[in-house]
Design a binder for this molecule. Structure first.
Ligand code: NAD
Length: 326
């Protein structure tokens, strides 16, 4: 069984080696993304392992199928970069990764706390020996209401983490979950929008969730609301975020992901002109924390992402299905 893994970082290589021998397969690792231009390289491989920079459109899927690939597995949890419907139509098997949600959930709580305590500004001041307190007075979580939108694996874990802080937690999802009900009160989206001090997003990016947070929703939020996004950038309309910050409607933004991050995040762009003007503009505000889509990035998650992808190809080929099949 032969697998080709794209976008492989150095820190993933030892795990590909480990699971190559465990699953008795042959794995080729390449650092670049799979594109229309280099598609022919997959010829002779049974399965393809990708990350988020590979855009698996219907055309790419047709070519993969023609070249004999049986399955395409993403090492990410989100799979908005894959045309899943078309893959089903042509019987190209697709799977995602199911690493533990704890890393992203911990990171989310960290961003909430950093925002409440103006940590970005405190850090800036420390760098220039400015130890003043003016403007750094924070708020305490136990006095606030936090809204969690999307109560799947990560949202649920965020809610459990937050329950230790004593805040009121409101939750919204189309599917209610009994574990969540122990710590949070389910309500409708409008109530989350209008009554929460902090709102954190944990839904996948779908047609129905694109720009879930837009101008109208921000207008209906509490003044000084803190918005956190560790899910996908396109869940929030970047123009509306900018307007909300400029009008001081939004008290703080903590974004591990941002609309238009593709081609920028996970690259060293120090010597380049940043092509996403809005992203560069948002970054300079004292109350906007932006990180490079790294909430997932822990030792446990990286090993698990690699293992999941190798296991998925192995199981698709040997058993016709796998646990993380989409
Ligand atoms: P999950 O599938 O377990 O949960 C998603 C939840 O969202 C589900 O309960 C679903 O019912 C709900 N949902 C879908 N549409 C909704 C809507 N319109 N309104 C409210 N709820 C809705 O997924 P997960 O493992 O919790 O991950 C969530 C997302 O986080 C992923 O899709 C991925 O995009 C993102 N993610 C980001 C990082 C990072 O490093 N920043 C890492 C992992 C995952």
């Amino acid at each position: 069984m032969k697998i080709i893994a794209f976008e492989v970082r150095d820190d993933e290589k030892e795990y590909f080696k480990k699971y190559e021998s465990q699953y008795q397969c042959e794995i080729t690792c390449v650092p670049y993304a799979l594109t229309q231009d280099n598609l022919s390289i997959v010829n002779g491989y049974d399965g393809v392992s990708i990350l988020g920079r590979c855009c698996i459109t219907a055309d790419v899927e047709d070519r993969l199928k023609e070249l004999g690939v049986k399955c395409c597995v993403t090492r990410t949890v989100g799979y908005n970069h894959i045309d899943v419907n078309h893959a089903h139509e042509i019987d190209l098997k697709i799977a995602n990764s199911n690493y533990p949600p704890t890393g992203v959930a911990d990171y989310t709580v960290m961003l909430i706390l950093m925002s409440l305590r103006h940590y970005k500004q405190a850090m800036w001041r420390g760098n220039v020996n400015d130890y003043s307190l003016n403007g750094l007075q924070g708020r305490e979580l136990h006095e606030l209401t936090v809204g969690v939108i999307g109560t799947g694996k990560i949202g649920q874990c965020v809610i459990k983490n937050l329950s230790g802080f004593g805040c009121k937690i409101l939750a919204y999802d189309m599917y209610q979950n009994d574990i969540v009900k122990k710590y949070a009160e389910y309500t409708d989206l409008d109530t989350i929008i209008s009554s929460c001090d902090v709102i954190s997003l944990h839904t996948p990016l779908l047609e129905s969730t694109y720009h879930l947070i837009d101008k109208e929703k921000i207008t209906n939020m509490k003044d000084g609301v803190i918005l956190v996004n560790c899910a996908r950038g396109e869940l929030m309309d970047i123009d509306s975020l900018i307007e909300g910050i400029e009008l001081k409607k939004i008290g703080a933004l903590a974004l591990d992901v941002i609309e238009g991050e593709d081609g920028i995040y996970h690259e060293d762009k120090r010597s380049d002109i940043i092509s996403n003007q809005k992203m560069a503009y948002l970054r300079q505000f004292p109350n906007v924390i932006m990180t490079q889509h790294m909430a997932f990035y822990t030792d446990i998650a990286v090993e698990s992402m690699v293992k999941c992808s190798v296991e998925a190809v192995h199981d698709f080929i040997k058993k016709g299905t796998c646990e993380t099949s989409i």
